[in-house]
Design a binder for this molecule. Structure first.
Ligand code: ZN
Length: 121
């Protein structure tokens, strides 16, 4: 009884090294206007057990959604796209928080959002 063990498994060349050094800039979609833009230029909103938190540092974990820093997008977001993106229903508290924040935002961007180095104002 001779069992022939054929261990001649051909190894495909897996060691494919991509030497590309492309720096990936994280991009996100504003849930208000659907524009895809550099993450840094957007405000992150995070869903937590206590409701929505405005995550200025962008470091909180949890499901997040992004909005431009102007009222237009927040209004659109409040109409439903934000809740959809976060997969929740906005509570009265959430709306209050978001409206309060929105009140301090400009109606529309006064100048195009500069990507890259921020000049001192
Ligand atoms: Zn927007």
């Amino acid at each position: 009884m001779g069992r022939i063990v054929n261990s001649n498994i051909e190894k495909g060349k897996v060691a494919k090294k991509t030497a590309s050094r492309v720096r990936h800039i994280p991009q996100r979609t504003c849930v208000g206007c659907r524009q895809v833009i550099e993450k840094k230029a957007l405000i992150r909103l995070v869903r937590t057990d206590e409701g929505i938190i405005i995550d200025r540092g962008g470091r909180l974990s949890g499901r997040g959604a992004y909005l431009h820093e102007h009222k237009d997008c927040w209004e659109k977001g409040l109409k439903g796209s934000l809740a959809k993106a976060l997969k929740i229903e906005l509570t009265e508290n959430d709306r209050k928080l978001l409206r309060a924040y929105m009140a301090n935002l400009p109606d529309e961007p006064e100048k195009p959002i500069v990507i890259g180095n921020e000049a001192d104002v």
